[in-house]
Ligand binder design. Structure first.
Ligand SMILES: Nc1ncnc2c1ncn2[C@@H]1O[C@H](COP(=O)(O)OP(=O)(O)OP(=O)(O)O)[C@@H](O)[C@H]1O
Ligand SMILES: [Mg+2]
Length: 257
């Protein structure tokens, strides 16, 4: 890999525990993601995946360093400009969509807030992202509740990507969807990623899903990365006993979904 696009160095996050002790949710994670690459992050519930991603987005306090294209991210300075460059796709699109806003308002808002973009230009950008996300332009006047779960996730992804962020974290983006819809959304996400040249951290507990989208995989256990490598290598020739355990609990489907 050339100089990494995202570099995470010895990142640590602790929360105050119930009895005055500390919960060490992330215990010194070091990793790199190359430009245009998708790194899959897997590990059992509670191992610290979401906490790590929240730290990368400046949403929790952390120790250690994060740099994007060689520039150290400092969330205390110009957080709005950084927010535009790093976006999050949630598991539950309800969490990121305002139920009182039409899809048109939902997609126009970030362009206005971040760029003060004139309406004419916004219309062009919104039409492009709707097309990439596989959404009908006739549905712009509708509200989130008028869509199916899969379509809502398309809208949430369109909203996250309309600002053309450099780095996107998708935290279990298809876990709440029917299996039949999951593949459609994953394919769409992959196409959008290629079209927009995105770099992505893709979190999932489902190894078959990760196999479908990730170039490399990092395996997290109790706040630490225990194994990392090319997707094929990690999922089919795992070295760490914990990775083998995960795979035994959830076999990876032999064919892509
Ligand atoms: N705000 C918080 N305050 C205290 N403890 C927290 C907080 N957020 C997370 N934790 C703890 O940190 C640990 C890691 O949680 P995290 O949500 O990052 O796991 P996860 O890998 O994303 O799990 P899941 O697969 O279930 O989403 C857990 O022990 C959790 O209870
Ligand atoms: Mg989580």
């Amino acid at each position: 890999m050339n100089s990494p696009f995202l570099h995470v160095n010895d990142l640590r996050v602790s929360f105050p525990g119930k009895r005055g002790d500390a919960v060490h949710a992330v215990r010194g994670v070091t990793l790199e993601i190359g430009q245009g690459e998708t790194l899959g992050l897997v590990g059992e519930s509670g191992c610290g995946k979401t906490t790590l991603s929240r730290a990368l987005l400046g949403l929790v306090d952390f120790e250690g360093g994060v740099s994007l294209q060689g520039e150290r991210l400092d969330w205390t300075r110009k957080p709005k400009a950084l927010r535009r460059r790093l976006q999050l796709i949630f598991q539950d699109p309800y969490a990121s969509l305002n139920p009182r806003m039409t899809i048109e308002q939902t997609l126009h808002e970030p362009l206005w807030v971040h760029f003060r973009m004139p309406r004419k230009e916004r219309v062009v950008n919104v039409a492009r992202i709707m097309d990439l996300a596989g959404l009908e332009s006739g549905s712009l006047g509708k509200y989130p509740h008028e869509f199916s779960g899969g379509q809502r996730q398309r809208i949430a992804i369109a909203r996250a990507l309309i600002l053309e962020p450099e780095f996107v974290i998708a935290d279990e983006p298809v876990s709440a969807l029917d299996v039949s819809i999951q593949a459609q959304i994953l394919n769409m996400l992959r196409d959008m990623k290629n079209e927009l040249g995105l770099t992505m951290l893709f979190i999932s507990h489902d190894l078959s899903v990760v196999r479908h989208v990730a170039d490399r995989v990092a395996v997290m256990r109790r706040g630490e990365i225990v194994e990392e490598g090319d997707t094929r290598k990690v999922l089919f020739e795992p070295e760490h006993p914990y990775t083998r355990q995960l795979l035994a609990a959830m076999p990876v489907l032999p064919v892509s979904i």
